[in-house]
Each structure stands twice: as structure tokens, then as C-alpha cells.
Design a protein around this ligand. Sequence first.
Ligand code: UDP
Length: 311
Amino acid sequence: MKCLVTGGVGFIGSHLSDLLLANGHEVICLDDLSTGRLKNIDHLRSNPKFSFIKQDCTIPLSHKFQVDTIFHLASPASPPKYQSMPLETMLANTLGTYYLLELAKSCNAVFVFASTSEIYGDPQEHPQKETYWGHVNPVGERSCYNESKRAGEAFVMTYVRKYGLNARIMRIFNTYGPRMDIDDGRVVTNFIKQIMTDRPLTINGRGEQTRSFCYVSDLVEGIFRIGTYEKIEGEVINLGNPEELTILDLANRLQKITGSREKLVFAALPTDDPVRRRPDIGKAALLLKWNPVISLDVGLRKTLDYFANEV
Ligand code: UDP
């Protein structure tokens, strides 16, 4: 099949492109390079089944464009990045989603929308199931991201209901691995950078807040299944690793693996920082026969190896 991957130069998009190509599919990667880095697709440039278009997803594509499946991943995704590009983030998830849905409708393509665990906000239900509506501050600093992703979901479901579009929504939980941008400000990359440069690890709040981290190869296998399985039209599916740990635990795990003895320094907790986050992945297990297989220790070692060779 011929696939369009928006945000295909990014961390997750480039791994998804690898997997699609490895399965014999064609990939057209669309990216404006606002957060993605070209070196993530260097190895794909000579592949005849791969092409790259440098374009913002909020500019409509030509009418003649014909694809079978659209994976809409384009959007800044780390809290410091999306807060520094709030309008671009909102437009990619609303206007960009609208234009890509129109394209999917005109091509009769499958549409896969990359939503996020952020749509659950600071969840009052734990772990988070797809049926949970969330607890979101609509005017907070994270709202440019979580509210625009919620609007994106509403756009998708409108096309499902109004036009019978074959669309699927995936809610992606925290993901890590090779090709992350070391400067993106997320916790895994911050800690790795701090360990590599012998600086103290920055813990926000008391570090008691929890997250559940999924290794990128597990995640893209789930995305691939969401894009290719039949009979999941209109479904909303969580993708993430249910192993939950505190941010302090994460710091300790990384220190143990690397033998680092850097101090921990504590900073204020950013506003609206979710206290607990863990996916219920029962639906993905049932519909996609999908479960993450890479443990946190193995995934962190692979990620550390990547960054050790990168710099
Ligand atoms: N965090 C931290 N130190 C850092 C960066 C982040 O303690 O240097 C915390 C952050 O406040 C949050 C968690 O780690 O509680 C995960 O943050 P991240 O930005 O990776 O993603 P989020 O899950 O908040 O979108």
C-alpha cells in the first residue's frame, strides 16, 4: 500500500516509516522540519519506495495526491516544544487534521490519527481506559496540545459519522528510544543528557509523579497494526507500556544502569503536570493482539547505546 506519514522525519514517524518500508509498503513522508531532524531519514533517502516532501501539514496537498493510508503524526509533542510553538501545535492538530481528513475522503484512504495520553489530562481514573473522558484544564499551559488533540479526535469522529471514513484513533503514551531529540526537554532525554555530561539530574516536584514508558519499536508495531488491521473502523485505542514508575524511580534506574552517581536536584513541578499516568491496554491486546515486549531496562540500555554513539 501507499502510505502518507505526516511528521515522518520525527522520532516516532521515522521508525514507523522504517517498519512500513520493511513490510514492502511505499512511504511518502511529509514534514516541515520544525521539530523533526533530517538525519532520522538519511538512511531512507536512497530507497525507491520512500519520498520526502518538505511541507507544513496545515497547507493542503494537491488534489491528485493518491494514497491508501494516512498516518497523521505531525505535531510538536514534548511539553517544552509545544509550549514554545503553541499556535503551530494547535493548527497541526486541527486545521492539519481537517485537510488530511479531506484528503483521506477523496482517496478513500484509511486515516490514522496520532492522539495522546495528554487528552486524559491529570487523570482521576487510573489506569486510563479509552472510555475515560479525561480531566483537562482547557485554559492551562498544556491546553494548546491536549485540547487541540481532543479537537483532532472530534474531527476524526465527525468524518467517521458523517462520511463513513475508515479512520482510527491511537492514544500514544510516553515513548522513548533512539532518534529522540536529546534537546526536546522530555524526562528520558534530559536525564540521559545530564548523565552523559556529569550534571545533576533535574527532578520536577518531588519526583513522585508517575509515567509509563514504551520503547519505540513496540509502539510502532502497535501503530502498524492500527493502520493495517481490518474491522477497527472508528476505534480509539491506547498504545503504551503499562509498567508504571515514579520519576524518581526512573532516575534511579538510569543511575543503576550507567553507574552514574550524579546528584538529584529538585525544581518546581510545572503547572498541570499529571500526577499519575498508565495506560490500560486491554483493548489493544484484544483487537490488535498487541503487547509491548521490550522491558524498561532493555529499552533504556538500547537508548543509552544510541546516544553514546551519536555524540
Ligand atoms: N520531568 C522531570 N525532569 C525533567 C523533565 C521532566 O522531573 O528534566 C518530569 C515532568 O515534570 C513530568 C515527567 O517528568 O512529571 C514526564 O515529563 P515529560 O516532559 O517527559 O513528558 P509528559 O509525560 O509530562 O508529557
